[in-house]
Design a protein around this ligand. Structure first.
Ligand code: FEO
Ligand code: CA
Ligand code: CA
Ligand code: CA
Length: 561
């Protein structure tokens, strides 16, 4: 049994208890409703595209909101409020006819899956009945696995990126498995390709060329959606370089629906979580990034040029240096530059195979780096290390920042750059929290001192700071509420106070779902929260479960963060 959480004066809400049901719970005095659901039309010609029994019709599938919402950001443009939102992956059993048994049977079914993923840009407006999608707004746009893109940076046009369809290696199509997000200082959207490797397969194993990079990036196994059977682009026996064109950070201008998205190779290729942009003291642009895989690394990109409001942005995300993090056991750390001199690799190879470059310079293996969030008022950043079943195994000894073998709960590491400058070469670090279960364990697996029976959780993942300097933490973990996870309930969103360490539970998700993606209305009176892969028939109460973004607000109209 879990004691009722106490009112915590540090927070402007009374924390909620755990839940195990198929609903959303928010604190007393708050309310919520869906903003946009999987299959909801963005254009009036797609009204009727969604059916609770059969899902989305393929013919209109690039005219509706995608499935499995993830990272998102809010933009203001000429009096319009725009949201850019990732649709990370698809649940084939939800999207495809039952007869398909979760595997696409024809090109139309592959096209449906391609269209239900990617990015949605949409205008929203606050009406009498709350925030709503503006149907037919000229800003509404879908970016899918078929959308034409371009590339820049040192790897663009290199031999590693050339394919039969694109002999110049400059014109990739689509952005795959868009997980976390970022917002540039100049108001564009960054979307991050995560588990892109799972989209590639082979129709002719005899022709498959498995390179060292394929192994490190997990390419060459069974594909997740059988795209390769109906589209040679995803067949590595025909296009062995196509996987090199994915795993990048892509920039999208939400204010211009005709703009071509740009993949920035200077930011490196790995299983990107999000891209947190800040500025060095001298005005250079700094982007913090995690590579979500057991034992992979944390990265930092620093531009060569500087930026200030109103100045041009050319080259800021194509001309710079990529670094990997080394966390020393004495709680100092350093950023190790990935250059031809430090790695013995060519520049294009360093970026395409950033993981191998990181190994060559001695980066610290981490417990799956998920979202990174930078404090808005001081030079301090946080990374959610979600969990790592392999920690303590071969090649992955425990270290001070990743201190628990078979780490099933996760931790949040934070660092303070030397001289309060995100451009500095060194930093000091500590663990903000080690998640754990104090009712099951009285050792390190019980969690750090700020974890209690009233706020426990596992697998921190999404994170964002609000304007008050509070850290919002979203979980993507085990929601069985049994055994080592008893007393944690469904996935949840919590708020952490960086100064006191206190953490309080703000929201619980429907069973089966993870909470991922957080942004706010411009007036901060509404928080938009992503609910991915819900169970049951949430939120409609009947028919298929629908991944959705919800709006959460205070009934008295005060700000929410
Ligand atoms: Fe898509 Fe690492 O979460
Ligand atoms: Ca995530
Ligand atoms: Ca996760
Ligand atoms: Ca996930």
């Amino acid at each position: 049994s879990t004691p009722a959480p106490a009112q915590t004066p540090a927070f402007a809400f009374k924390p909620v208890g755990i839940a195990t049901d198929f609903d959303i719970h928010v604190p007393a005095g708050y309310d919520w409703q869906p903003l946009v659901k999987w299959g909801q039309p963005l254009f009036s010609d797609a009204e009727g595209a969604y059916s609770p029994e059969t899902g989305v019709a393929v013919g209109q599938s690039d005219r509706v909101f995608g499935e499995n919402t993830d990272g998102m950001e809010t933009f203001e443009h000429e009096g319009h409020v725009l949201l850019a939102i990732n649709s990370e992956y698809v649940n084939t059993k939800v999207n495809l006819p039952a007869a398909s048994e979760g595997v696409p049977q024809n090109a139309d079914e592959v096209m449906l899956l391609k269209n239900m993923q990617g990015v949605t840009v949409m205008e929203i407006a606050e009406r009498e009945n709350g925030w709503q999608v503006v149907l037919d707004s000229p800003y509404n746009r879908r970016i899918t696995h078929e959308t034409q893109m371009t590339m820049d940076g040192p790897a663009a046009g290199s031999d590693l990126l050339k394919t039969g369809a694109d002999p110049k290696g400059m014109s990739p199509k689509g952005t795959l498995n868009n997980c976390g997000s970022g917002k540039t200082l100049w108001g564009s959207y960054l979307t991050c390709e995560e588990n892109f490797n799972t989209y590639f397969g082979t129709t002719d194993p005899a022709q498959e060329q498995v390179t060292e990079g394929f192994d490190r990036y997990g390419i060459g196994g069974e594909s997740r959606y059988a795209y390769e059977k109906f589209d040679p682009r995803f067949d590595i026996s025909k296009e062995p370089n196509e996987p090199h064109r994915h795993g990048w950070v892509t920039e999208i201008d939400p204010a211009n629906p005709d703009s071509t998205p740009v993949k920035h190779t200077a930011l490196g290729r790995f299983k990107h979580e999000n891209a947190e942009m800040v500025q060095a003291k001298d005005g250079r642009v700094v982007v913090y990034m995690g590579d979500d895989e057991r034992g992979e690394f944390m990265y930092r990109y620093v531009s060569n040029g500087t930026w200030a409001e109103g100045q041009p942005t050319d080259g800021l995300l194509s001309d710079g240096t990529l670094y990997v993090a080394k966390f020393n056991d004495d709680m100092t750390g350093e950023w190790l530059a990935l250059t031809p001199e430090t790695t013995g690799m060519g520049m294009a190879e360093i970026l395409v195979h950033a993981r191998m470059a990181g190994t060559r310079v001695g980066a610290t293996t981490m417990d799956r780096p998920e979202w990174i969030a930078a404090h808005p008022m001081k030079a301090e950043a946080y990374c959610a290390l979600t969990n790592n079943s392999k920690r303590g195994g071969e090649g992955m000894a425990v270290n001070a920042a990743n201190p628990r073998e078979t780490n099933e709960y996760g931790q949040i590491v934070r660092w303070r750059p030397e001289g309060e400058d995100h451009g500095a070469a060194t930093f000091t670090w500590d663990l903000y929290v080690m998640a754990g279960n104090p009712e099951v364990y009285d050792n390190a697996y019980g969690g750090s001192a700020n974890v209690t029976p009233g706020n426990m959780f596992n697998s921190p993942d999404g994170m964002a700071f609000d304007t008050q300097g509070m850290l919002w933490i979203q979980t993507d973990g085990e929601d069985s509420n049994e055994g080592d996870f008893a007393g944690m309930g469904n996935n949840q969103m919590l708020v952490g106070n960086p100064e006191t360490g206190e953490i309080a539970r703000f929201l619980t998700a429907p069973n089966g779902a993870e909470v991922t993606g957080l942004t706010w209305s411009p007036d901060r009176k509404t928080a938009f929260v992503g609910i991915q892969h819900p169970g049951g028939s949430w939120p409609d109460g009947a028919g298929k479960p629908r991944s959705s973004v919800i709006a959460v607000w205070r009934q008295d109209g005060a700000t929410v963060g």
